[in-house]
Design a protein around this ligand. Structure first.
Ligand SMILES: CCCCCCCCCCCCCC(=O)CC(=O)SCCNC(=O)CCNC(=O)[C@H](O)C(C)(C)COP(=O)(O)OP(=O)(O)OC[C@H]1O[C@@H](n2cnc3c(N)ncnc32)[C@H](O)[C@@H]1OP(=O)(O)O
Ligand SMILES: NC(=O)C1=CN([C@@H]2O[C@H](COP(=O)(O)OP(=O)(O)OC[C@H]3O[C@@H](n4cnc5c(N)ncnc54)[C@H](O)[C@@H]3O)[C@@H](O)[C@H]2O)C=CC1
Length: 719
């Protein structure tokens, strides 16, 4: 809807009305067409202002309309009609002007923004391009390099940057609509010949071919396999090389390919999934809208190793006072330096002052007596964590929330060691904790809704995609990861190389294959986890029973490399070799290849040809099957939760939506059939057997992902 009023005698004021972001739904587009027509045909009206209600200009096309039978007036002719008007039209931009919202503003003759407004063309993040003329007008207005940057990244710019780039004509700290109306009165009657962006020539650019080649290479590298960034570059190239009308044709052609693509569906699914996980619920009925978070002003971190340091930085950058506790003096000194360095570098990047004084350091756990929340990040050792939790219960003021960053240990067991188990939750960050955008909030059987709400709210404030999950070994992310890693090792035993496996996964879109990732995080980390699970048996690694542990197939390859002191990047040797410790350039290592050959010979394994397809099916379907078990067990509330965890925490390519969405795209029947095939070939790997839920879904005709919840409910009610 759009409301029309006449203000200051001569200005037609059009207000977009579609909360919460005034998206351009069919009724809003119809409202704009009607009200523009009304203003233009009223002889009293000399100029027009377009604004949005509630201090928000417009969040762009209504994404919920995509994939439906779209009706109502199309955007492109609507924007053309505004640009062609013979009365000045001024956009009054408050809050946001994104996507179609900015394209609408670019069709206006003038743009005035509030100083706090943000503008951008984020279509690429939804698998699209700015196809309501944005890809053709923006380069004409601000030049090709700046337009390429905005359109291929989808980043939002501040009003100040928009002014500097020339996207807006004026920025105000005052009432934007009043300023726009005054402006409109002043320009009423002036010639509009120089104000129609579509008539501008695209600013000349030396070495145009080299520029496009360079940008194309960058976008192909940064989002491997994603088609929208490539189409965005092609559309801007059309703006730079073709007349406007032909450029618009090209824009339409490119959009037609993107609009119905699986990648656009996946990215739009991710957009809504990211928001859906905020509406968390627990099996006991507690939920986001009935649980009140507690205020957290002061927090403590216990253990300043890899994780504790990052968590300290993230908390301080969120505005909290932090007490950072580390038991080892040397570690404490090193941590102090490392945390200050991270804060200084972060502040420099953002052009702000570092917040070093928000953190105080101590070796004494008594220092945390008056904090609102503690995050424990000591070694992954239940006995140690139990001791720390007992100490915290004695030291902290009543009501302090006790959180653990454990990767896999039992949150209920830890809670049971405290007098107030309702105050205990897991806050599972991902390394590096101040960078990675995922937080798993793990509720135990006795965690209070208030504790979960507080951890979820804190995660959100820290800028993390926060997902509430149930308590089980490895929670959601690591529980699934374990099988992915295991399948990758089995493939090496059967004839693959680290290069082949990583190549397949990187071609799929992961920024890094499983073995490069393992070198980066350290082979010692995985070894410690397996040791904790009783899987590592020194001296057994080359014996007859080396490949069976706890009654099922096991690959000791990672343990053997660990025993050789090959910890990955930190020792310059792992699954690959590196020029020096810490170097990121992984090179093939002939030693690893001969080691694998000897290993196979020792165990009587005959190497066979393994192709990319098998690598993907074995690694991904095993993980997906575990995802179905997780849904069946009620550890994740829905497939969106699992997908958000994988996209934000494990580098799953966003344009493939997440593992559960991917399964839906591939077809559940096909996933099940392949799992059955691989389980037959590897009966000693029980988890390749399709889960109950997957079977049920296939038996119910493979319903679309957003309806799986009903099948899960039915399954639970039959138990
Ligand atoms: C054969 C086929 C031929 C095909 C040819 C087709 C040609 C079609 C031509 C059409 C050309 C159209 C081009 C175009 O206009 C493209 C676009 O505009 S795409 C949309 C671009 N806009 C965005 O990407 C903005 C997305 N939104 C955000 O980034 C944030 O929501 C925002 C910064 C606006 C606000 O953030 P915040 O305050 O944190 O609130 P939330 O994110 O939680 O959002 C609140 C609520 O609002 C919902 N929402 C937000 N934006 C939209 C939207 N654009 N459409 C619909 N709904 C939106 C959001 O989902 C939240 O609701 P929930 O219920 O919680 O999900
Ligand atoms: N490293 C990773 O990638 C991730 C680790 N985690 C989990 O985070 C926790 C910490 O892991 P890391 O940071 O990697 O370990 P780390 O080994 O780097 O650091 C642990 C720190 O805790 C300190 N510490 C031990 N006992 C203490 C005590 N009683 N009081 C104060 N400090 C004490 C140690 O001196 C050490 O500095 C573990 O539970 C781990 O499973 C979770 C996510 C990712």
């Amino acid at each position: 809807m759009a409301q029309y009023t006449r203000v200051s005698g001569f200005v037609g004021l059009i207000t977009l009305q579609n909360p919460p972001v005034n998206a351009l739904s069919a009724p809003v587009r119809q409202g704009i067409v009607d009200t523009v027509q009304r203003a233009l045909s009223d002889p009293e009206v000399k100029s027009v202002v377009i604004c949005g209600q509630n201090g928000i200009f417009c969040g762009g096309a209504d994404i919920k309309e995509f994939g439906t039978d779209m009706f109502g007036p199309p955007l492109i002719p609507m924007i053309h009609a505004i640009e062609a008007a013979n009365k000045p039209v001024v956009a009054a931009i408050e809050g946001i002007a994104l996507g179609g919202g900015l394209e609408l503003a670019l069709g206006c003759h003038y743009r005035i923004a509030h100083s706090k407004a943000r503008l951008g063309l984020p279509e690429v993040t939804l698998g699209l391009l700015p196809a309501a003329g944005g890809s053709q007008r923006l380069p004409r207005l601000i030049g090709v390099p700046a337009a390429l940057n905005l359109i291929t990244t989808g980043r939002h710019v501040t009003a100040a940057e928009a002014l500097q780039l020339g996207i807006v004509d004026q920025v105000t700290d005052h009432n934007t609509v009043d300023a726009a109306v005054k402006f409109a009165l002043r320009v009423g009657g002036q010639s509009l010949d120089a104000r129609r962006i579509s008539t501008y020539p695209c600013p000349q650019q030396p070495d145009l071919d080299a520029l496009f080649e360079d940008v194309m290479q960058k976008v192909r590298q940064s989002a491997r396999g994603a088609i929208a960034p490539v189409a965005c570059v092609q559309a801007v190239r059309a703006a730079a090389t073709l007349p406007y009308t032909q450029g618009m044709e090209r824009e339409k052609e490119l959009m037609a390919t993107l609009f119905t693509s699986g990648q656009a569906r996946a990215l739009q699914y991710c957009f809504f999934a990211q928001r859906a996980v905020g509406r968390w619920k627990m099996p006991n009925g507690a939920r986001w809208d009935t649980s009140k978070p507690r205020p957290v002003h002061k927090a403590a971190v216990i253990g300043l190793g890899t994780m504790g340091r990052g968590i300290t930085v993230a908390l301080a950058q969120t505005g909290l006072s932090v007490i950072a506790v580390e038991s080892q003096e040397k570690q404490l000194m090193e941590a102090k330096q490392a945390v200050s360095g991270m804060l200084e570098r972060g502040a420099k990047r953002r052009g702000v002052a570092p917040v070093l004084d928000r953190i105080s350091y101590s070796q004494d756990i008594q220092a945390v007596a008056d904090v609102d929340l503690v995050i424990e990040a000591v070694f992954e050792d239940m006995a140690l964590k139990t001791k720390v939790f007992r100490q915290l219960s004695a030291v902290c003021k009543p009501g302090t929330l006790l959180c653990t960053n454990t990767s896999a240990l039992d949150v209920d067991q830890l809670a049971s060691e405290t007098p107030n188990p309702e105050l205990v939750v897991g806050m599972h960050f991902f390394a590096p904790a101040h960078v990675m955008k995922l937080l798993e909030v793990v509720y135990g059987s006795r965690s209070s809704p208030e504790a979960v709400a507080t951890a979820m709210q804190l995660g959100k404030k820290m800028g993390k995609a926060s997902v509430a999950v149930g308590n089980c070994r490895g929670f959601v992310g690591n529980r699934m990861l374990k099988l992915y890693l295991e399948q990758a090792s089995f493939l090496l035993e059967e004839g693959a190389t680290p290069e082949l496996v990583d190549g397949a996964l990187e071609e799929f879109g992961f920024p890094m294959g499983v073995f490069r990732m393992s070198d980066l995080s350290g082979l010692d980390v995985g070894w410690r986890i397996r040791k904790g699970e009783g899987l590592v048996e020194p001296g057994m690694a080359s014996g007859q029973s080396a490949r069976i542990r706890q009654g099922r197939r096991y690959s000791p390859l990672g343990d053997l490399l660990y025993e050789q002191g090959r910890f990955g990047l930190k020792t310059s040797r792992g699954w690959y070799q590196y020029d020096k410790p810490g170097s990121r350039v992984a090179r093939s290592d002939p030693w690893v290849h001969s080691f694998l050959e000897e290993y196979r010979a020792r165990h009587g394994l005959v190497a066979r040809n393994i192709d990319h397809q098998e690598v993907l099916e074995r690694c991904l379907y095993a993980m997906i099957n575990e995802g179905f078990h997780i849904l069946e067990d009620g550890i994740a509330a829905g497939p969106e939760d699992i997908d958000v965890i994988y996209v934000f925490g494990f580098g799953w390519p966003r344009h493939r939506g997440g593992p559960m969405f991917y399964a839906d795209m591939v077809g559940l029947a096909k996933v099940m059939e392949k799992l059955e095939h691989y389980h037959q070939a590897h009966p000693d790997v029980p988890y390749l057997q399709p889960s109950n839920l997957l079977r049920k879904l296939v038996a119910s005709g493979s319903p679309p992902i957003h309806t799986w919840g009903e099948v899960i409910k039915k399954l639970h009610s039959q138990l």
